[in-house]
Design a protein around this ligand. Structure first.
Ligand SMILES: Nc1ncnc2c1ncn2[C@@H]1O[C@H](COP(=O)(O)OP(=O)(O)OP(=O)(O)O)[C@@H](O)[C@H]1O
Ligand SMILES: [Mg+2]
Length: 468
């Protein structure tokens, strides 16, 4: 059952329930009110008649008096549209306005019994032939004695007839209300369910790899919020998909380059049987270094994947940052020396912080290696350590090749290398900065890179000191 029908049925059920409850409440109170009013009217009339009869009541059994009062009672009965019975204290009929009971007939009736005992009473009964009837009985009494009673029997059918007429018109009104509710709920449900259906349709298409889908919903309700979240998700998914494709393309490309050279080298060795041992050695050395490069790329990739999966837990230890920075600088000096590059260390204050020593070491050596690799012979590298209140900053400043403005946004991408680096043999896999960025982010830190082509580069890392 679709959400549309569920909603329509819910509305329908609600309106039917409300109308039903309202109708039954209104009808019962009208019914009770009418019967109550009619009963009061009959009691008043019975008491009026009782007052008229009281003086001559004792003589009612006399034929002459009886005849006279029988006429009075019949007229009265016609006036109020009800049957009137006058009985003595024994319950013997004295006058019956319908003249059905003979003067001696004894009437057995609960209301009449109570009236003879001195209290007026009433009761409603239902008979198959004549429908609902009300009995009202009052005593005919002086201050000292009860002489008899008056019983008025009146049909309630006119009240029920008008009630059923009212009920029919109420039903008609209810039917119109239900009709309107169904129509309005259809419109509402359409407004609610159509974006949901649209969303479902798009989600289905996404399952088949269409990530550029967007949903457009008017208004600002929950569905709109959901659609916005969906659109944001789709944008991210699209980016991830593009990155994934790019990544696969890059990996294949990066792996193919060393593999192609290995293939070329080994093929040429195999095809020429007269190759001298020196050439063998030279080619095998080249193959060996290409295999190393392959290994390096694969290790870097696996490490990056682990970092991204956040599977590599950080092992925080309280460390002396100055000591660690000095150590890395010291370790990088031989590499710098090969290009006659001078590395300086500038530190103002002692800094203590809590971080993963091994990974931080890796960041620094990667960045300093870049500053050396992408630098001229005899260049300069400056490593600065700046202490701040709740964080510390390390800057690696070089006066090397610099990075063109258009390349800057991509340097943190995996496998990205500027054209200059690509053309140089010394160029790495293009994974170093991605790894550094991941590590810094894992530490909740920030990394920025500023560079001017042919002037130099400054990489800034800002790491929180953590809980020391
Ligand atoms: N200090 C720098 N000066 C100039 N260019 C830089 C500098 N640091 C990085 N780059 C440029 O950014 C690119 C990406 O650097 P990254 O460290 O990620 O890769 P890589 O050094 O080429 O390889 P890897 O570090 O994986 O061995 C480099 O190829 C280089 O073009
Ligand atoms: Mg590098």
């Amino acid at each position: 059952m679709s959400i549309r029908w569920k909603l329509v049925f819910t509305y329908l059920l609600l309106i039917i329930l409300t109308l039903g409850l309202m109708l039954s409440f209104v009808m019962t109170s009208i019914e009770e009110r009418n019967i109550h009013d009619h009963r009061d009217y009959l009691f008043t009339q019975a008491n009026i008649l009782s007052n008229q009869l009281i003086a001559e009541f004792k003589n009612l059994s006399q034929p002459h008096t009886n005849d006279y009062y029988a006429d009075v009672v019949v007229n009265f009965s016609k006036e109020i549209g009800s049957r009137i019975l006058i009985v003595d204290v024994e319950g013997h009929t004295l006058i019956d306005s319908y003249s059905e009971f003979t003067s001696d007939a004894t009437i057995i009736n609960a209301e009449l019994d109570k009236a003879i005992e001195g209290t007026q009473s009433s009761g409603v009964y239902r008979f198959d032939e004549i429908g609902r009837v009300i009995y009202v009985a009052v005593p005919v009494q002086t201050n000292t004695e009860t002489m008899g009673a008056i019983l008025i029997t009146s049909t309630l059918e006119p009240i029920y007839e008008s009630l059923s007429e009212l009920l029919s018109s109420m039903f008609l009104l209810a039917a119109v209300c239900i009709g309107f509710t169904v129509a309005i709920s259809f419109i509402f449900v359409e407004i609610i369910s159509s974006p949901v259906e649209k969303l479902t349709e798009i989600v289905n298409r996404v399952t088949y790899g269409k990530y550029d889908e967007k949903i457009n919903v008017e208004g600002n309700d929950e569905i709109k919020v959901l659609s916005n979240s969906f659109n944001t998700m789709m944008t991210k998914l699209d980016q991830v998909d593009t990155q994934r494709k790019q990544f696969v393309a890059n990996v294949s490309h990066e792996l193919r380059t060393p593999l192609t050279s290995i293939k070329l080298l080994s093929s040429s060795l195999l095809s020429d049987e007269t190759t001298k041992p020196e050439i063998y050695k030279e080619f095998l050395t080249d193959i060996d270094s290409e295999v190393d490069r392959l290994n390096e790329i694969i290790d870097g990739l696996l490490y990056l994947v682990d970092l991204e999966k956040k599977e590599l837990e950080l092992h925080y230890t309280n460390s002396h940052v100055n000591y660690l920075v000095a150590k890395v600088v010291h370790q990088m000096r031989p590499l710098a020396k090969q290009k006659n590059i001078q590395i300086d260390l500038q530190e103002d204050e002692k800094v203590w912080a809590s971080f993963d020593k091994t990974k931080f070491h890796q960041c620094l050596s990667n960045l300093i290696a870049n500053a050396i690799k992408y630098n001229h012979e005899g260049g300069h590298v400056l490593v600065r350590l700046i202490n701040k209140r709740s964080s510390f900053t390390v800057q690696i400043i070089d006066d090397g090749f610099g990075i063109a403005e258009e390349s800057l946004p991509f340097v943190f991408d995996r496998f990205y290398r500027t054209d200059k680096a690509r053309n140089r043999k010394s160029g790495g896999a293009g994974l170093g900065l991605s790894i550094v960025q991941q590590i810094v982010h894992l530490h909740q830190g920030e990394i920025y890179i500023d560079s001017i082509l042919n002037e130099g580069t400054t990489v800034t890392i800002d790491l929180p000191k953590g809980i020391i």
